[in-house]
Write a protein that binds this ligand. Structure first.
Ligand SMILES: NC(=O)c1ccc[n+]([C@@H]2O[C@H](COP(=O)([O-])OP(=O)(O)OC[C@H]3O[C@@H](n4cnc5c(N)ncnc54)[C@H](OP(=O)(O)O)[C@@H]3O)[C@@H](O)[C@H]2O)c1
Length: 205
């Protein structure tokens, strides 16, 4: 698929490398002149993948937002017509929220006027998005949103890059629960001192 990643920081960089490894076409929608983060990623994946947010979005089938949550207010008008595209929200509105919205997801849905918005790639650390393999197999990812077809595409992208499963948490009403799951990972990894090389996995018997 053609994937536009907006943001070239920790999450954008990890996902870009993973999707390239999985043979997807990756474009980075970036600010110019390129920031230090963008230049660092360019040394890993090539500067030719960097373009404007508008241009990356125009070419993409899937657009993944990996910016601070409040930046979506600035980015959404640059995405153009997204009627036939899937937008993935990987942000967590932990410290900052987009003004007037509880989450970036709510802002994206409101401003993009599309139902094909999926919450995903927010519940674990970026290191786990770069390398989801652990002893015993791949870890799990989670997604939410009202549009089932859009979620199926994103679930496939998760398994393409090595997650064992991407569990469907439910509709738009479960987006804030996924942000709480992200906070739970942050609590265990950072506040409780278990370190960033931990991950959630659903087990069955
Ligand atoms: N860090 C994690 O492990 C993790 C895990 C899951 C979810 N998240 C969430 O993912 C998001 C990104 O986290 P991160 O750690 O990757 O942040 P980060 O390293 O600070 O990277 C943020 C990126 O967003 C870009 N950006 C900001 N405003 C922009 C705009 N208006 N237009 C285009 N690009 C813009 C920045 O561009 P410049 O480089 O040009 O400044 C930067 O490349 C946050 O919402 C965070 O809560 C983080």
């Amino acid at each position: 698929m053609i994937i536009a990643i907006i943001g070239s920081g920790n999450v954008g960089s990890a996902l870009a490398q993973s999707f390239i490894r999985a043979k997807h076409t990756v474009l980075i929608g970036a600010k110019f002149p390129l920031s230090e983060k963008s230049l660092k990623l360019a040394t890993l994946i090539g500067e030719d993948r960097f373009t404007s947010v508008e241009n990356a979005a125009r070419q993409a089938e899937v657009i993944i937002l990996t910016t601070p949550p409040d930046a979506v207010l600035n980015i959404l008008p640059q995405l153009g017509n997204v009627a036939d595209k899937i937008i993935v929200d990987a942000t967590n509105a932990i410290r900052v929220k987009p003004a007037g919205y509880a989450t970036a997801f709510a802002a994206i849905k409101d401003l993009a006027q599309t139902d094909k918005v999926v919450k995903c790639f927010n519940t674990t650390g970026f290191e786990n998005m770069l390398q989801p393999a652990y002893p015993g197999g791949g870890i799990d990812m989670f997604c939410a949103g009202n549009n089932k077809e859009a979620k199926q595409v994103v679930q496939q992208l998760c398994t393409d890059i090595g997650f064992a499963n991407c569990y469907d948490f439910g509709g738009d009403d479960k987006v804030e629960l996924l942000e709480q799951l992200a906070l739970s990972w942050i609590n265990l990894a950072i506040m409780q001192g278990h370190g960033r090389n931990i991950a959630f996995k659903v087990v069955r018997r």
